[in-house]
Design a binder for this molecule. Sequence first.
Ligand SMILES: [Zn+2]
Length: 249
Amino acid sequence: MVEYRDWYRTQYWSEREGQQIRYIVIHDTEGPRDAALNWWTSPNNPYKSSAHDLIDSSGVVWHCVPYDKAAHHVGGSYIPGYNQLDPKTGRYEPNANLVTIGIELEYPAAPASPPWPQAQIDAAVEHVRELVRTYNIPKANVLRHMDVDPKNRSDPRNLDWEAFLNRVFPVVEQDLERALRHSAWNAGGVPYNPESAFASYAREHGLGNPETPEFDFTFDGQAYRGQGFSKAIIYVRAGQWDQIKEVPW
Ligand SMILES: [Zn+2]
């Protein structure tokens, strides 16, 4: 059982501006728990930084910012498929804080790199598993700070990320999920192709269930492939399979 404590003392958060929670970003504190908590209430903190939760080295989860607010933890980050660089402001828009839950793991500052305490990792696995179920977040959307800001960040350091993710999303459950998805698509009359970029795109972007099979069409001499999901039609030009675009119905 994970031990939770409420510590809603930081004022450093913003509204989510109507955006849904779609990602979790894991950090490490690079210093003791209390130094991080003090920083999130310090008037000298120029970034007004914060996180939703801090999991200390003993495995206690400190709730610091309510999930319906945007904590300030990835303001400068780039999440492919969500935001892009705005040449006018030089910032990634929309702000990654709006769609993420930020979780800090207490860990000493570099260059110290001790093994992670088992109790802390166990608590983090259980807590993140609870969050991905509550907010229906796929494995691909659980990220490290270093994944979304690789130039400036290397946290969480020294963490076996693949092992962590595989505990949050147990393999048996992934297999069951895949089998269930396959059957559900077929029951809905749409053949399911697990390799399809459309299926994973629709899942990651919350586009709802498939309304049509994949279909090919031609426009202005160019070949395209498309598929309708309940919230949008998505399509791609033949050969540019990673550049999926969305249009409303
Ligand atoms: Zn970080």
